[in-house]
Design a binder for this molecule. Structure first.
Ligand code: SAH
Length: 220
């Protein structure tokens, strides 16, 4: 059966791409084993869903490489009671992984058709702890703040101020920051009004376009 085939591809992905590269958090590994990634890519790419790479999802956007999803999720250190804000819903795959781990997930996507498709997929899988909204995620979701976790899955020129303000005390904020060709993965932790930033390594994301991001889609 085709589902058995995908199950095998998925457990190989977790073993060879994710655990083998140092992701240790068992909750993250289990979530990556559970979420059917092949349902989050265009149908003609389903057989490549478990490849070690990002894939196109339409509107010039991509679903992130599996390892990148696992790495950023581990850095968020999500508790089952946490409320998490994601900027850049895209395919909805990262959001589904967050649904497995958090109490509630709020996700914002710029392109209405991507948001709609993601919402359909996530609903079909039965997750009921998520809200998706179309808009400029660089403004955050102030009515729902504060968030114990914030994750931006697009490359930002600098850290958007509204998102810092919406981070809960003790919360973690994971965001790629830097020029369009390559960014640094920043992890910001809030202690009262003190924000501590660490660089975790380099990464490459599509641009975060918005009021507190890049001003237009093509910055290359
Ligand atoms: N997390 C996604 C990967 C998304 S790629 C996944 O798991 O598939 C980055 C996404 O960020 C794209 O869908 C892009 O449209 C979106 N994006 C870019 N700028 C944005 C903004 N200001 N607000 C909301 N979404 C944005």
């Amino acid at each position: 059966m085709k589902e058995d085939y995908y199950d095998k591809l998925r457990s190989d992905m977790v073993k060879h791409q994710i655990a083998a590269r140092g992701i240790k958090d068992t909750r993250v590994l289990e979530a990556m084993l559970r979420v059917p990634r092949h349902l989050f890519v265009p149908e003609n790419l389903a057989d490549r869903a478990y490849d070690d790479s990002p894939l196109p999802i339409g509107d010039g956007q991509t679903i992130s490489q599996p390892y990148m999803v696992a790495w950023m999720t581990e850095l968020l250190e999500i508790d089952e009671h946490d409320r998490v804000l994601e900027i850049g819903t895209g395919s909805g795959y990262q959001a589904a992984i967050l649904c497995e781990l958090a109490g509630e997930v709020l996700s914002i996507e710029k392109f209405p058709d991507l948001a709609r498709t993601a919402e359909k997929r996530i609903g079909a899988l039965g997750y009921d702890n998520i809200g998706i909204r179309v808009g400029d995620g660089t403004l955050g979701w102030p009515e729902e703040a504060p968030f114990e976790g914030i994750i931006v899955t697009a490359g930002a020129p600098s850290v958007p101020q509204p998102l810092l303000e919406q981070l809960a005390d003790g919360g973690r904020f994971v965001i790629p920051v830097g020029p369009s060709g390559m960014q640094m993965l920043n992890v910001i932790t809030r202690y009262g009004n003190d924000f501590q930033t660490r660089d975790e390594g380099t990464c490459v994301f599509v641009p975060l376009v918005g009021k507190f991001g890049w001003k237009r889609g093509r910055v290359f």
